[in-house]
Design a protein around this ligand. Structure first.
Ligand SMILES: *[C@@H]1O[C@H](CO)[C@@H](O)[C@H](O)[C@H]1NC(C)=O
Ligand SMILES: *[C@@H]1O[C@H](CO)[C@@H](O)[C@H](O)[C@H]1NC(C)=O
Length: 206
């Protein structure tokens, strides 16, 4: 459907000890636990400061059988080597829902391969991801949970997106009427007509 992008980078010099071990960031025996707590279990605690990473989701709602585009990106020059992302619902947060499409540098893992993680430790500027929704709306509100690993000892765990309602719930909520407009095709808006008229006038003048 849609997407967004942005990116920046930084080079950190500690690549050394994780290079060549793609799984080192969410590794082996620890992986099961990582699926539950989104923690890379590196033996050091997560960063408590605000995360310098952002997850853009291209719609404020989801629809059954449709995909959502997500962009995971670093702010202020921050790159990342590892990540994990999952979708869970408000109703049954113990279960992951939907599926991520693998893109370069990623692979699926965890229960039913419903989570997505990195497949190499290269510094990434941003990743454009796609999540395919389940085929019924029964699951209700969906939230993306994600962990971003800058380097072995620096990571932010369990960051969360806003809850995304189903499209049907979204349009039914009075307080979301205005944001909905934002996502409608704007061709019919009077303002666009005015801009078009203005451009035509300009063209006629020159
Ligand atoms: C992750 O964050 C969500 C939302 O704050 C919370 O409900 C959930 O318990 C957290 N999961 C873990 C494993 O900390
Ligand atoms: C153009 O702008 C005016 C003033 O904002 C507005 O009243 C009008 O509806 C807009 N559209 C057209 C087609 O003139």
């Amino acid at each position: 459907m849609l997407r967004t992008v942005v990116l920046l980078v930084t080079c950190s010099s500690v690549l050394y000890d994780v290079r060549g071990y793609p799984d080192a960031l969410f590794n082996g025996a620890a992986r099961m636990r990582a699926c539950d707590n989104l923690s890379p279990n590196h033996g050091v605690g997560p960063q408590m400061s605000p995360s310098p990473y952002l997850l853009d989701v291209n719609f404020p709602y989801w629809m059954p059988d449709e995909g959502l585009s997500l962009t995971l990106k670093g702010l202020n020059g921050n790159s990342f080597r590892g990540f994990m992302i999952q979708a869970r619902t408000r109703r049954t947060p113990s279960k992951m829902i939907g599926h991520f499409v693998t893109v370069d540098g990623t692979r699926t893992n965890c229960e039913g391969n419903r989570a997505l993680t990195h497949s190499n430790n290269d510094d990434k500027h941003f990743l454009r991801l796609r999540w395919n929704a389940p085929s019924t709306v029964l699951s209700g509100d969906v939230q993306f949970l994600y962990t971003v690993v800058k380097d072995k000892n620096t990571f932010w765990v369990n960051q969360t997106s806003a809850f995304l309602p189903t499209y049907y719930d979204y349009v039914a909520r009075p307080d979301t009427t205005t944001p909905t407009d934002k996502y409608q095709i704007s061709a019919a808006h009077p303002i666009s007509t005015n801009i078009s008229l203005f451009i035509i006038l300009l063209a006629l003048l020159f």
